[in-house]
Ligand binder design. Structure first.
Ligand code: FES
Length: 133
């Protein structure tokens, strides 16, 4: 826990690392589901793209126009969600994202909500496109 609790300008070490070196930035060609959410507080926007295989999230990418907290939360979401069955991924909340990051400045808590909502939208989109007739 010490390695992620070590604050840097109010951000945990892990949050700064995710912001500076995100591994999941980008788009997926022909995604199975997409989600787009905006933060009403600041107007920032996040796009989530997922690929689904065997009912699991096999690949996930994000494009986020936002602050350090929004980008590190997007990366945390992808790390948590990748490989998870859809039913489990649907239950990911911003508390899980915050727990994974260790710490965000209190005024930035609202930014972490984007990640979970974006994923839920992408799963909903996938389910709508793959409804059995
Ligand atoms: Fe907009 Fe953080 S200030 S998402």
């Amino acid at each position: 826990m010490a390695n992620i609790q070590n604050n840097q300008g109010g951000y945990s070490k892990r949050a700064m690392d995710y912001f500076q070196n995100p591994k999941h930035v980008g788009e997926i060609e022909n995604p199975d589901g997409t989600g787009k959410v905006g933060n009403p507080v600041c107007g920032d926007v996040m796009h989530i793209y997922i690929k689904v295989e065997d009912n699991k999230i096999s690949e996930i990418r994000f494009k986020t126009f936002g602050c350090v907290a929004a980008i590190s939360s997007s990366e945390a979401l992808c790390v948590i969600a990748e490989g998870k069955p859809l039913d489990e991924a649907e239950k990911i909340t911003n508390k899980d994202i915050l727990g994974h990051l260790g710490w965000l400045p209190p005024v930035k808590m609202h930014c972490s909500i984007l990640g979970a909502e974006g994923l839920h939208e992408a799963i909903k989109d996938y389910r709508e496109k793959h409804k059995k007739a």
